[in-house]
Ligand binder design. Structure first.
Ligand code: HEM
Length: 512
């Protein structure tokens, strides 16, 4: 009996040491109390993305967060974020590879997860997709897709029906990115798949499915959760669970197979086009042209990387833009005074019937402020990840090589110093001439991240969100649907998503 108790004791102590080990190296950094092994996951389940803000208020600008067994050093002041992401970029050039991604090559080989220096070479090849002259060429295609959204909104307005804007605007954003990155209209807003391009529909379904499976909630693959506590179990559990239909692992695995097949088919079509001399100027062509130029580029841009980069633009460019636009509509609908001021600006600069050229977009100062304030109220990516590539000291704390150091950009957005009364939706705080804006830290508002690894598509996203607001408010005003919960329910998966969607009632303006 004594032997059994002793063995049991040794096992328990070994497990506890194993679970606590990674945190000991960082034990000087303040942390809220947590249960060994579970870490702060219960707090995260309770407060969602708000937990990072709450802990920053409680513990200060640098604190330790336990994601299961994995410690993460969170930095939650604009100054420290600038320090990590810009001044110390050489030490922190990479993101951490998250457990979600490890089992999925298509998520591993894009820009997000590729490490420097390959990352920088890949980013440079893609950058021209987002240059001013390219963006300007996207305006007519955006307007075409927005015209289709307007047709749908018209029908709902006439029928007095509510619209789930989340679905509609994600489809709009996917259509836009489809054309700008791949030169192929997915026609999701106005499907015309009957006309023979069903491969696009399959690919889009594969992307949507892939987005759905990349969650960190109860639908997440069991292997992902296991990886948080016992990383060495992630792969074997994945191998078992992916064979059991209906499980999260199976959904992700089969979804990725479908996605891979669709992406490979797209690549083959485009290579065949190139051989036939068809010239295109979208992101995929930039990659294919670059790798045709030299052996060095062929080694950098493998099939896997080209496919992963193409997939990544589609994924990163659609859900983010569509959802942020939805949040903006949600906040405007709750603030009629903001809606009136914005409509006034739109009517003055672009009355219904006029078109908005790329050069004119910057003139819509208030629309710009409204979008910024909405992105501050709900920070879509509340944290952005970095990893220390060498030992370093940060505000006196020793950070060993390999430590996960993340920037808590939603805490910056709620800091009372930079944003007095942060809970209030007040777009005027982004008027560059107001005292609040003048004294604000330059990185306090960083919804697209900070430094050389900042979002590559932010100009495209801004352009699309601005044009969409102009298009919509030229014609309609929006109210919250009585069927929508108030306040809006959101959940943290990798990003902050509305749980049931943003449902709005569309009213035609009298002008129409
Ligand atoms: C409102 C819309 C968007 C938001 C809020 C957003 C947010 C972000 C954030 C926070 C990051 C991490 C930055 C960092 O680590 O410092 C990021 C990276 C990235 N985003 Fe976006 N994004 C948006 C739209 C887009 C669009 C339209 C595209 C492409 C078409 C895109 C492609 C990417 C890529 C490829 C990266 C990785 C960049 C790198 O590692 O070099 N995003 N985004």
């Amino acid at each position: 009996m004594a032997l059994i108790i002793a063995v049991f004791f040794v096992i328990v102590v070994t497990i506890l040491i194993y679970l606590q080990w990674p945190a000991w190296k960082l034990s000087k950094i303040p942390a809220a109390p947590y249960i060994s092994g579970l870490g702060h996951l219960p707090l995260m389940a309770k407060y969602q993305a708000g937990v990072f803000i709450k802990l920053a208020k409680q513990l200060g600008p640098i604190y330790r967060f336990q994601l299961g067994r994995q410690p993460i050093v969170f930095v939650a002041s604009a100054d420290l974020c600038q320090e990590i992401a810009i001044r110390k970029f050489k030490v922190f050039p990479n993101r951490v590879i998250l457990p979600y991604m490890k089992e999925s090559w298509i998520h591993l080989h894009g820009l997000f997860m590729t490490k420097a220096p390959d990352w920088a070479r890949m980013r440079n090849i893609l950058l021209p997709t987002f240059h001013t002259e390219k963006l300007s060429a996207y305006v007519p295609l955006m307007e075409r897709v927005m015209g289709q959204v307007v047709e749908i909104l018209d029908k709902h307005a006439n029928a007095g029906e509510d619209v789930n804007m989340t679905q509609l605007l994600q489809r709009m954003a996917l259509d836009v990115i489809g054309e700008s990155a791949f030169g192929t209209g997915f026609k999701l807003v106005k499907p015309s798949w009957a006309d023979g391009r069903s491969e696009d529909k399959d690919m889009v379904n594969a992307v949507l499915n892939s987005l759905d499976t990349l969650t960190m909630n109860e639908k997440a693959p069991v292997s992902t959760f296991a990886g948080l506590f016992f990383p060495f179990l992630q792969h074997p559990i994945r191998e078992i669970m992916k064979r059991i239909p209906g499980t999260g692992d199976w959904n992700q695995y089969t979804g990725n197979l479908l996605l891979e097949a669709q992406m490979r088919a797209l690549l083959e079509r485009r290579e065949a086009e190139m051989r036939d001399g068809v010239v295109r100027s979208d992101a995929l062509s930039l990659l294919l042209d670059a790798r045709a130029k030299s052996q060095e580029m062929r080694e950098l841009l493998t099939d896997e990387r080209v496919l992963a980069l193409a997939y990544e633009l589609m994924m990163a460019g659609s859900e983010s833009t569509g959802t942020n636009l939805c949040y903006t509509l949600y906040f405007i609908a709750a603030h009629p005074e903001v809606a009136s001021k914005m409509v006034k600006e739109i009517d003055e600069l672009a009355p219904l019937g006029s078109t908005v050229a790329f050069e004119d977009v910057d003139k819509f100062k208030y629309v710009d402020q409204v979008i910024k304030e909405s992105m501050r109220m709900i920070t879509f990516s509340p944290v952005v990840a970095r990893e220390a590539m060498e030992d370093i000291k940060v505000v006196g704390y020793h950070i060993p090589k390999g430590t996960w150091v993340w920037l808590v950009i939603n805490a910056l957005a709620q800091d009372e110093e930079d944003f007095p009364e942060p809970h209030l939706f007040r777009p005027e705080r982004f008027d560059p001439d107001c005292a609040e804006a003048k004294k604000r830290h330059p990185y306090a508002h960083s919804p697209f991240g900070i430094g050389p690894r900042m979002c590559i598509g932010y100009k495209l996203a801004y352009l699309e969100m601005k044009l969409a607001l102009i298009h919509f408010y030229q014609r309609y005003t929006f109210e919250h649907s009585p069927a929508m919960e108030n306040p809006l329910a959101v959940r943290l998966s990798i990003v902050v998503r509305p749980i049931h969607g943003v449902k709005l009632r569309v009213r035609k303006r009298e002008i129409c």
